[in-house]
Design a protein. Sequence first.
Length: 239
Amino acid sequence: MAATYYGGHHVARHSHQWGQLIYAARGVMRVEADAAVWIVPPARAVWVPAAVSHEIFARGEFAMRSVYIAPGCAWTLLGKCVGVEVSPLLRELILRIVELGFLEAENREHQALLDLFLISLGGAERLPTRLVLPRDRRGRCAAERLMTEPSLAISLPELARLSGASSRTLQRIFLEETGLGFAEWRQRARLTHAASLLSPSCSVTEAGLDAGYASTSAFIAAFGRAFGCTPAAFRARAG
C-alpha cells in the first residue's frame, strides 16, 4: 500500500491479521505500539507484528509505503515491534512489492521477491529510536508534552504540577514504568527527536538546537553515548 499524508494526520489505533512493515519513504512519522513510541525518519521503517494494536502520526507531509505479511511467511522476523534501517536493496524490494500490489505463491518471481525481502528485513540493522511510554495518566501527560516540545525549558516541579502529580511521584512513575529516570528519559526524548530530523536537508547543529541543546559539542557527545554513533554518521545513513 502507498499513501501520502499531510502534517498532523493521525491514523487511529488499529491492528491487522497480518504483520505490517511501515516504511517512511519521505517525511517523519511517529508510531505508537506495545506501550512504546518510535520516531521514524526517512529511509527507516517499523515492523509491527500481526494483531499488535498501533497508531501512526504524520510529522509534516509524510509518504508511507506498507508491506503486509501473512503470519506464516514471517519466519525471519521478530514477534515484537522493532524499528529498522532500510538498506538500498530493501528499499527497492519494498517499492517493487508495493508496485505489484500482491505476491502470488505460485509465481516464481514473486516467491523470489518474498524470500529476498524477508531475508533482507530479518537482517536489517535495528533502530535505537524507541521510547517506552509511562502507563500512568500523569506520566503519559508529561511524556506527551516533552515529545511535542522537546526543547521546552520547563522544570520538573512545573511539569509535575501541569501533569497533576508531585515531582517525587512523577520521578517514580518514569523510573518504574519506563526503566529510565526522568532526566534520562527526557534526554532520550530530545535525542530521538533530533535523530528524526537528521537528513541531508537538516544539519547536525540545526537538529541539536531544535532538540534543546545549547551547544553542538554537547549534542554530539550525548548522541554518541545514546546511539553508539555520531549524529553525522546517523545523518549519512538517512541520505
